[in-house]
Design a protein around this ligand. Sequence first.
Ligand code: PMP
Length: 309
Amino acid sequence: TDLETNWCYFKGEIMPLADAKVSVATHALNYGTACFEGIRAYWNDNQQQMYVLKMREHYQRFLRNCGLIKIKLNQTVEDLCNITLEVLRKNQYKQDVYIRPLAFKATPTIKLMLSGLEDEVTIYTFPMGNYVDISSGLNVSISSWQRINDNAIPARGKICGAYVNSALAVDDALQAGFDEAIFLTKDGNVSEGSSCNLFIIRGKELITPAVTEDILEGITRAAIIELVSAEEDLGLRVIERPIDRSELYQADEVFFCGTGVQVSPVTRIDDRAIGNGTPGKFTLEIQKRYFAAARGDNDKYMHWVTPVY
Ligand code: PMP
């Protein structure tokens, strides 16, 4: 595959992804004991430059999350940033790229404990454009699968094993002809999508579930809160609070956000049109400003991005 022809970081060196192999007895393969990240780098054709978006924030979250399952890496945030830039340069990309850091319990053992095992980290990358349709609006459903709660598997941990929960939900949704699934928490509040956070707009309020609603504490979510709070001409007030299921159906606008989905309008939920059934005006404005910042086209947001070349 294309993916296999790329260069990656594994076992302390840059190597072909095709050579980065592990044993089938690897603890993480058997038990899901690993943490991952998803980062994007955008190619700016006018500037002939590539920018990694919010790289430090992603690696800060990565190391925090590794701590949850007692993965201890020798690399600092700074080291991981430098390795990422090295991998990107080695691949010589001139297009949008997805970056996948993965830290895992590497010891070949069937013992379930987390302590006393070897930890390893890899970073691989591949070209990736839009992951979902970001222009025409997504048709989504509320999942019958409940979001994993913090006392079962912490959703904020971006723990590999936890993504079985997301896979169950998104597969059901796709097989039923929807584009994505929305999780409710064990209390029945709106949580997030299978791989993205969620915002609704009601009047002049931009509302998103608080970080205590079993969500991943999304970097894109935080970026949008930062952007909308700074761009006062939008006239939106950001509010983090529990969201009821029926508020989704009655919202003026709904959109997903995340490294993969970027900013994606949701125009239909459970066979109900959101607003007038087309992408909302605030959503499209936020999307436009987000992309300008992410691609290094807005001087005000250059602190969001790291140049590769
Ligand atoms: N929620 C889940 C469950 C995710 O997997 C992701 C990551 N793609 C997000 C939200 C969005 O997080 P971020 O903005 O940091 O990519």
